[in-house]
Write a protein that binds this ligand. Structure first.
Ligand code: ATP
Ligand code: MG
Length: 440
């Protein structure tokens, strides 16, 4: 990675980056593109969010741009809404003021160097100036990236103490860029793990989800969570998978969970998380799964969805199951959750196929059969029956729980044989059910 190559890549930065820097510099405020976007583009990767560091104070930024959002005005960040309708964060240079042995307090600074020195890892302390075509890399972050090294800016113990989140960020970056921590950085990171409980649930959750969202191989960060002790400290429900064997196998549930997470690489982080939670459900029960998600303050909707996906897995019918077993499984999954539940089942079946010695897991062929069955769009709910509650009451049943019972019995019959879902046939069946008053 030569500087010339890196500068060449950075030249592809969006025009808005130039517009933001120009607008501020025309008023005399030195401004740089900094952080993750510079790092990613230098590596030849697409950049997500461009961030800027400037000598301008938040008030100046708000004055100079027409449309701004006070994202974090108290710590110097103003969001600038650009022509491309995206929000770019412009943050006043900051520096850490360190009362002895205490957490750093941030205050505004005058120089880029001070600002870069407070960033967490060497490769995150990069700045690029789009007009001067200058790259500032005071801690040799590019060399660390090229050499596969994770290293904090400054004393690692101090840096992990100032902000506990950095330990989790470090593991995520190590996995994403396939880096190995220096022995000092690793020792300090591991030593900081017992203090991670001080982090807010929101920050832990966001980091977990970012790690799970990372590229092709979420297992990288998860394996580092396990190796560093983060898993046991923050996610005990998952840590219990480390030595839980998969039935009939020499493989642990954790090993299978990692394969499943990777197999779901084309999917969102929530489904990948469900890949881990399915193992929790099978070994400890759904309560552990809900407990973990509630503790991490996932939304109610996310908790419900991820738990539902996970809970659907133990019941996946075995290979060779008949149509009615397939339909009964499909009917037990919320319609909107079905595509995810099927993808999860397929990922788990593929993981089992890869792992030798697992004899009780889901089979690829049964997931394919479920897919085929779903494509025939069989009726799977009471709402899809050819008759409804009013029809049942017209047959002489008073409103009450019995109506629902009859409808459930009809659905059961239709799940057995979808051809029965015809109005006349169901009316006849309902009449018989009502007359005989049969227990359903
Ligand atoms: P990504 O957005 O890909 O997760 P990033 O490096 O861009 O990675 P952000 O959280 O967007 O991460 O932060 C932008 C920059 O701010 C980082 O590159 C880093 O320089 C700095 N930064 C972020 N969080 C911290 C932190 N906890 N301690 C020190 N510096 C940080
Ligand atoms: Mg970023």
């Amino acid at each position: 990675m030569t500087d010339a190559l890196v500068l060449d890549r950075l030249r592809q930065a969006p025009q808005v980056a130039r517009w933001i820097v120009r607008t501020l510099e025309e008023q005399g405020f030195e401004t740089w593109a900094v952080g993750g976007a510079v790092r990613d583009v230098a590596l030849g990767l697409p950049a997500e969010d461009w961030d800027f560091a400037t000598r301008a104070r938040p008030g100046d930024v708000q004055r100079l741009f027409r449309r701004t959002v006070a994202v974090g005005a108290d710590h110097g960040t103003i969001g600038v809404l650009a022509k491309d309708r995206r929000l770019y964060e412009v943050t006043t240079f900051r520096r850490d003021v360190k009362p002895l042995g205490r957490r750093a307090i941030v205050e505004f600074a005058d120089t880029l160097d001070e600002d870069l020195a407070r960033r967490d890892f060497t490769f995150n302390a990069l700045a690029w100036h789009p007009f001067r075509e200058e790259l500032v890399d005071p801690f040799n972050g590019l060399a660390d990236l090229a050499g596969g090294v994770l290293r904090t800016v400054g004393d690692p113990e101090e840096r992990f103490r100032e902000d506990r989140l950095r330990a989790l960020r470090g593991l995520r970056f190590a996995a994403r860029f396939r880096l190995t921590a220096t022995s000092e950085t690793w020792a300090a990171l591991v030593a900081s793990v017992p203090q991670l409980g001080a982090l807010s649930a929101e920050r832990v959750r966001e980091e977990l989800m970012k790690s799970l969202a990372d590229g092709e191989r979420p297992s990288g960060a998860l394996a580092l969570y396990a190796a560093s002790g983060v898993l046991a400290e923050l996610f005990p429900e998952l840590a219990r998978l480390l030595d839980a064997p998969v039935a009939g196998g020499a493989v642990t549930r954790w090993e299978r969970a990692l394969l499943v997470a990777d197999a779901l690489s084309a999917n969102g982080p929530l489904l990948r998380l469900s890949g881990l939670l399915a193992e929790v459900v099978e070994s400890a029960g759904a309560r552990d799964c809900v407990q973990m998600m509630v503790r991490l303050r996932f939304s109610g909707a996310e908790t419900e969805r991820a738990t539902h996906w996970a809970e659907s897995q133990p019941g996946v019918p075995p290979a060779g199951a008949g149509g009615s077993a397939l339909r009964r499984w499909l009917a037990g999954v919320e319609p909107e959750a079905r595509p995810g539940a099927l993808r999860l089942a397929l990922a788990r079946a593929r993981a089992d196929r890869l792992l030798s010695g697992v004899d009780s897991g889901p089979a690829v062929s049964s997931v394919r059969a479920l897919r085929r069955e779903a494509r025939t769009r069989p009726p799977l709910s009471i709402a899809e029956l050819a008759i409804d509650g009013r029809d049942v009451m017209r047959l002489g049943l008073k409103p009450g729980p019995r109506v629902g019972e009859v409808l459930r019995a009809l659905l059961d019959s239709v799940l057995e044989e979808p051809e029965r879902n015809e109005r006349e046939r169901l009316l006849a069946e309902a009449t018989t059910l009502i007359r005989t008053g049969a227990e359903t």
